[in-house]
Each structure stands twice: as C-alpha cells, then as structure tokens.
Write a protein that binds this ligand. Structure first.
Ligand SMILES: [Zn+2]
Length: 650
C-alpha cells in the first residue's frame, strides 16, 4: 500500500501549505490524477499512511525526555524513554518514525530496573516518511529508551543566528512538529492515532529560556536547566520546544505572553483580550482543560501564522499591528484547545475536523468579542480566497473528506477547503438547526470524543444521530453528505453580507471611475480587513500614476501591516510600480511567513524582470527563512523559470 502511495507523490506536487490557520496560495495547488484515485482503492481508510508505527500492536503511553540544546552544533541530543502498552499478544517489535536522527543506543529496562541493549534496525530514509526504526523487544518490556541526536537540518527545528532575532543578541531555536516533523527531533510513533503524556528535562546555555508545550512556569529562573510535565495525553504533532531570549508578561491569572524583551509589552497589549476569549469559549464549549494558556511570539521567520501547541500557542509577530485587528489568530489557536487538541483527526485526510471546526469556533469568538461586522468581514475575505482556490485542477482535495490515495503529503491537506469550507459547513448547520441546538451539539461532540482521534465517518455518524435525526426534516442526509464528499460548496451554502465592505466597494468603484480618492472621513476608521478588501477589489494592474496617488494618500509602501503588504506589493509588481521595490524587498527579507510573502514572489516570477528581482531578494533572504518557506520560494522561482523558458521557445 505504501509503495503505491509513494509513487503517487510525484504526480501530486502540491506546495507545502501551512499548519495552523494558513492555507496554501491557490495557484500552488495541482491535482492528483484519476490514476491516483484508482490506485488507492485498496488503502485501508483508517490506516495512517504517513507513519510506520503499528499502534494496533503496541502504543507509547508516556514519553520522558532528557535533552541538551547545543546552538553551536544546531543539535538536540539526549534520551527518550517510552512507557509502552503492548496490545497485540503476538507483538514483539516496536516500530518508530525517525527522520535524519542518529540513533546511538536502544535499551530496555528489565524487571530489576537495569537496562540491557536491544537489537534494532534503522531502514534507509524515505524522502517523505523518513527512516523506519524497528526495535526487537522479545521480552515486551514496558520501558524502552533511545539515546539519539538530531541533524542540523532537522525538518522540525529552526535554528536562528542572533542577527535573525528582534533583539540581535542571542540565538533562537523553535520546533514546528505538525504534521510529521516531530520525528526529526524525537523518535516517535508519529501519528495522530497515538496519544501520550510527557515529561522533559532540558539543558541549554544559561542565558537561554526554554519553553515546551507543557507546564511552563511564568516565574521560572533562567539558569539553563528546565523541567516540564504534560499530564494530558497529546498526539506527537503537538510536541513543541523553543529556546531563546524570552521573557514573560502576564495577561491574566492563567494567561500571558512569552516574547523577546523588545516585543513583550507590545504583544501583551495586542493580546489583552485573551482571557475574555478563553471565558467566551468556555461558555460555549465547556471548560478549558489544559491549565495555562500562554502565547509565545516567535521571530518573523516563523513560516506560519500560529501553531496550537497545547498550553503554549506559537504565534507570528506579524499579527501585532497595534489595533487588535488580527487577533483572530489567537481566537483560532485557542479554539484548537477543543477542536484538534482535544478531539483530533485520525488521519491527515480528515484535517478539516481540526481546521474547519476551529475556523468556525474562531469566527464565533471574534463575533462575541468584536461584533458581527468584524466576524462577517473575516468570513468574506476567507471565502473570496476559497473561491479563487476552487479550480478543476484540484478537485480531489475539494471534498472535506479526502479519499485514501488522494493526498501525497500530510502537509498538503491544509488548503482553504479544510479551513474555510469546513467552517462554512459548520455555519450552514448552525443556521439550519439554530444556534442553540447547534451549540449544544458541538459541546456534546467535544465531550463525547475528548482525548480521542476520530475520522470523518465518526463525525458523520455522531452528527446524524445527534443533529439530523433529532431534528427530522431540517437537513437531508444527501445535503449533509454533499459538504463532506463533493467538490466545491453546495448551492444552499449560506452567504455572508458585510455592510462595511459595501462601503469599501463603493469607495473603490468611485475612485476607479472618477480618480477621486475616498475621503479621510470614510477611511479614517478602516480596519485591516477594510484595507484588504479595498486592495483586493482593484483591477489586476493600475497605472503608475494611480499607484503613486494611492501611495501618497495611504502610504501602502512600507506598511508595517503584513496583511496589507501581502496585497499591495503583488499589485505593485504586476503594475510595474518600481517606487515600491526597496520596501518590498525589505519586507520579503524581514518576514518569513509564507502566507504574506508567497503572493509577492508569485506575482514577481510572472515577468523576466520580476523573476530576476525575486531571485536577488531570495538570495539575501534565504539564510533567515525557515526550510518550509525556502521550499515554497524555490518552487515559485522554478515555476517562473519554466514558464519563461516556454515563452521564449515559442
Ligand atoms: Zn488551525
């Protein structure tokens, strides 16, 4: 089965999408072929084809780490000790996922507690899955430990030189385990079908604060020696670590911000509503079950918007814009405390169960805190992007439930479909069954499946029993299934209307018609979303005079707001507006968040002149980019080169 799937990965060349709250740029998606679908029919739908683990035979129930962080060598080294639950009475081997790990010793604890060596085999590396580690455990010991070290190129870790941080004084390191990168820094059953508790002892240089997705102590002494415990069982992709010049600023009794000193106050102000968000979510979906909820603000090279590491959300600094207009990111990562971290998808093909439900809850929290207008604007922007993404070429990934064999890499099922269509489906249910009934349903769902991993079929069965059959005649099973198994969105999908966007659209149309810019009275209170809408509705290209007039009035070039930059610079590139070149290059070098910079690269590579510019910027920026971002930029440049070679040949 796996063999067949690996062959398929060459036909489905989707560019890496994001983890939390970051869908792939629409033009990066290509289709899996019909042959791919056919070849995959024999795949067991419950099997996680992206892990070598055999959780039906033996499961890790607890992980104990003893690690040392070495910034100079860009390496984490130490031991991982596993508590095992042997399920299959015939099983006598433990199979783990690893990638680029040096395995130094594998041992098991005997009945008297002394360790003895075990036989093991590390297979040749598969490009996607890494190296299968098979450990013979003839005594079926409950405690096994591995001494290992990571590679400086570990796909799940980024090592930043001091110059790439805000403070410029100390190096920084952080992990990004989702979806299958935890195996590059800990040997694991790297599948969402296994949950384990963990503890860790970590040493680092004395001036580095170390944090994990665990019980971080706000008052921890910075002494290079740290201990952590995570008493709730989590899947491997939620294992997280970061180290650097980090200080803490409280928001409430149970919530606060970790960031570099220059950033921490600003971040705490931007995220001041976090406690209110937690309380709102609790009223809707039951108690927050993870203890503290803290936010770690990473350097700008973090390739994603955020990552829902339990107890410690990892966040990009690009959402700190001074007016709280982008804090829906926190609402999103917090919502994962229910959808994703508590109830987890069991294969990456069911990613919508994490991201779709989370995007829906995110929007509900935004509505509760910032009003219906704000929530409607955010939905409208997301759905506009989703529309762009739906093309005939990527039909295989448009159903919420992706068929076995249609996904080549788990990082690729993080499209607008799983986020925005998933949330839209939830809104369709809410509108049809009524908010009261739907809120009760969702709360019951989170309780029912708490700390479990489930697939789309389990969600469907639960929804049919607890929603459709409880309220007969409200929604047919056919209509329900269309959301799950058909491409696009059903014709009955509820539409979103935003009054504030109507004003923005009118202002833009008036300007393009009469060259009269909207007055300060109109634009004075515009939020990020309104500026985004203003720019997104522009024609494909504008004249240099028009660009200069907009720039003089609104100072788009050099904007500190990445969401605006993400729309303005591509328009500048398409329009040949070179006055923006310097600031555009500086932005692309400073920021490594793919969502914000890929639209600029994608616009630039369309022309020979832009391609040269993009390559020049990339050469300077690459040392500071995360490997995930580097991969995306290289793919965009390659597409541009290919298109231009073709154009020349004609
Ligand atoms: Zn997410």
């Amino acid at each position: 089965m796996r063999q067949a799937l690996l062959l398929l990965s060459t036909v489905a060349a989707l560019a890496a999408a994001g983890c939390a709250r970051e869908s792939a740029p629409a033009d990066n998606a290509t289709a899996t072929t019909a042959a791919a679908t056919e070849a995959a029919v024999t795949v067991d739908p419950a099997h996680d084809e992206f892990s070598y683990a055999e959780p039906g035979k033996v499961r890790i129930t607890d992980l104990s780490l003893d690690l040392a962080i070495d910034f100079g060598a860009k390496q984490i080294a130490g031991t991982a000790t596993y508590t095992l639950d042997w399920i299959d009475p015939q099983a006598d081997a433990l199979v783990l996922d690893t990638r680029d790990l040096a395995i130094e010793k594998v041992e098991a604890a005997g009945k008297d507690g002394t360790y003895g060596a075990l036989q093991y085999e590390l297979a040749d590396a598969d490009a996607l899955l890494g190296s299968k580690l098979t450990i013979q455990v003839p005594e079926r010991n409950t405690t096994v430990r591995i001494a290992y070290r990571t590679s400086p190129d570990a796909s799940g870790l980024q090592w930043l030189a001091p110059s790439m941080t805000e403070g410029k004084h100390q190096p920084f390191m952080f992990s990004q385990s989702q979806q299958i990168h935890a195996r590059s820094w800990v040997p694991l059953q790297d599948t969402t079908q296994v949950r384990f508790t963990y503890s860790a002892h970590v040493t680092a240089p004395k001036n580095a604060m170390v944090l994990m997705s665990a019980d971080n102590e706000p008052k921890a002494e910075r002494d290079g020696d740290y201990s952590f415990s995570m008493p709730q069982a989590i899947p491997s992709y939620l294992l997280a670590i970061a180290a650097g010049d980090l200080v803490f600023e409280p928001i409430s009794e149970r919530s606060g911000v970790w960031a570099e000193p220059v950033m921490v106050k600003k971040a705490a102000e931007e995220f001041a509503d976090t406690e209110k968000m937690i309380q709102t979510a609790e009223q809707l979906y039951g108690p927050y079950r993870w203890g503290r909820y803290d936010i770690l603000v990473l350097p700008p090279s973090f390739p994603y918007g955020g990552m829902e590491n339990p107890r410690l959300t990892f966040a990009t600094p690009t959402v700190i814009v001074g007016d709280k207009s982008l804090v829906s990111l926190v609402a999103h990562e917090l919502a994962h405390s229910w959808s994703g971290n508590l109830v987890t998808f069991s294969t990456s093909r069911d990613a919508w169960l994490n991201e779709g439900l989370t995007s829906y809850v995110e929007n509900r929290l935004v509505e509760a805190l910032y009003g219906k207008d704000q929530a409607a604007m955010e939905s409208a922007i997301a759905r506009e992007e989703l529309k762009q993404e739906f093309t005939d070429a990527n039909k295989a990934l448009q159903p919420l439930s992706v068929k076995p064999g249609d996904l080549d890499d788990p990082d690729h099922n993080l499209t607008g479909t799983v986020y925005t269509k998933g949330a839209w489906f939830m809104e369709a249910l809410e509108q049809r069954f009524g908010r009261e009934a739907f809120d009760a349903f969702l709360r019951g769902y989170f309780d029912h499946f708490a700390f479990q991993s489930i697939d789309t079929t389990q969600f469907r069965d639960y929804a049919i029993a607890n929603l459709l059959e409880k309220h007969p005649g409200t929604m047919s099973q056919e209509e329900f299934d269309a959301w799950l198994y058909e491409p696009g969105v059903p014709a009955s999908a509820p539409q979103v209307r935003s009054q504030r966007f109507a004003v923005v659209d009118a202002a833009r149309i008036a300007w393009t018609g009469s060259a009269e810019l909207p007055s300060r009275q109109v634009t004075g209170n515009w939020s990020t979303q309104e500026w985004v809408r203003f720019l997104e509705g522009m024609p494909d290209t504008l004249t240099t005079e028009q660009m200069a007039a907009l720039d003089a009035a609104y100072h788009f070039t050099g904007t500190p707001n990445g969401e605006i930059a993400q729309r303005w610079y591509p328009l500048a590139a398409r329009s040949g507006y070179h006055a923006a070149d310097g600031e555009m290059a500086a932005f692309m070098q400073r920021v490594g968040r793919r969502k914000l910079i890929m639209p600029i690269y994608n616009a630039l590579v369309q022309t020979p002149e832009g391609l040269v510019f993009a390559k020049g910027v990339f050469e300077r920026a690459e040392p500071g980019y995360h490997p995930i971002t580097t991969g995306s930029v290289k793919a965009a440049i390659a597409r541009g080169e290919e298109a231009q070679a073709k154009a020349k040949a004609q």
